[in-house]
Design a protein around this ligand. Sequence first.
Ligand code: ADP
Ligand code: NA
Length: 329
Amino acid sequence: MQRVFSGIQPSGIPTLGNYLGAIRNWVPMQDESECLFCVVDLHAITQRQDPKELLSNTREMAATLLACGLDLNKCTLFVQSHVPAHAQLGWVFNCIARMGWLNRMTQFKDKAGKNREEVSTGLFVYPNLMAADILVYHANVVPVGDDQKQHLELANDIAQKFNHDYGVDFFPNIQPMIQGVAARVMSLRDGTKKMSKSDPSDQSRINLTDDADLIADKIKRAKTDPDVLPDNLAALEGRPEARNLVGILAAVTGTTPEAVLAEHAGKGFGAFKPVLTEALVSHLTPIRAEMQRLLTDPGALDAELRRGAEKADAIAEPILKKTYEIVGF
Ligand code: ADP
Ligand code: NA
C-alpha cells in the first residue's frame, strides 16, 4: 500500500497556486492511499511569524484543507509541531545532509536573495526537515507542485546516505508526484515568478479567502500583453503571463491549455479576463463559504487536529525509535 505525505506551510492565506498545484490533487488520493496531510508550522517560522497570526493561519489552513475536500474519515490531518518526531528526525538529517547539497537549493537562493547573511539558519536547513516530515512515516509518495521537486531529490539523497552510512536498508525511496496542468501557477504581476502566499512584496496573488469582487479586481490588474491568444501552445512561448492565465483557466475548468486556446484563439485579454474571472469565482465561492463555516467553531477544529496528531504520532514514534537505535542513541 502506498503511504502519501504532503505538507503546506501556514505562512499566509492559501493561494490559488497552493490549491491548483497541491491541495486539489490531494482530494482524490484519499480514496486510493493511506494519506497524511500536515500543516507545517515548524517550516513557517523559518521566516518571521507573528505568534497570534501563526496560530490563526494554522487554523485557517486546516479549515481550508477541509473546505477543499479533505475528509477526516479518509485521511490524517494534523499540525507538524504537535508531533515531536518531525523535529527529532530533522536533527539527525541535519547531520546527514551536506552543506554543498543545501547550497544548490534554488528556493533558498530565491527566498534569501541578497540577504544571505541575515536569513535564519532554519531557512537553509528547511529541506532536511522536509525530508524528515516524509521519511518519519516511511511515506513513499509525495504530491507537490513543481517548485518542490529539487527538495524531494534532496530527501532521497538524505535517505540513501543514511542507509549507506549506517549499512541499513531503512528509509524508502520517495516518488515525487508532480501534478500536470497547474504544477506551477505564476505570479499575476510577473509571469516568471511563482505565485506564493509567503512573498510579502507581491500582493497580486489570489487567495482562497478572496470574494468575487476582489478576484475580479486582481484578474483585471493581472499583467498581460497586447497580443491576441494564438491557437496553439507553442505560440505562447515568450509570453509567460499569457501562458499562466491560460493554464489557470484550464486548471479550474478541468481541461487542457490546448483546449482553452482552441476555444479562445483570436481573443485579446479584454475578452479573456472576464471568462477567467467567472470560472474562478464559481469554483472558489463554495470553498470560501465552507472555510468560513468551519472557522466559526475553532474549538472543534482544534480537537480534530489533536486527534490527527495522535494518529500520526502512532506511526512516527516507532520509526523514530528505530532510527535512534540505528544511530546509537
Ligand atoms: P508557498 O510558497 O505558497 O508558501 P508552500 O511552500 O507552503 O507554498 O507549498 C505548499 C504546496 O503548494 C506545495 O506542494 C507546493 O508545491 C505548492 N505550491 C506552492 N506554490 C505553488 C504555485 N505557485 N503553483 C503550484 N503549486 C504551488
Ligand atoms: Na515553498
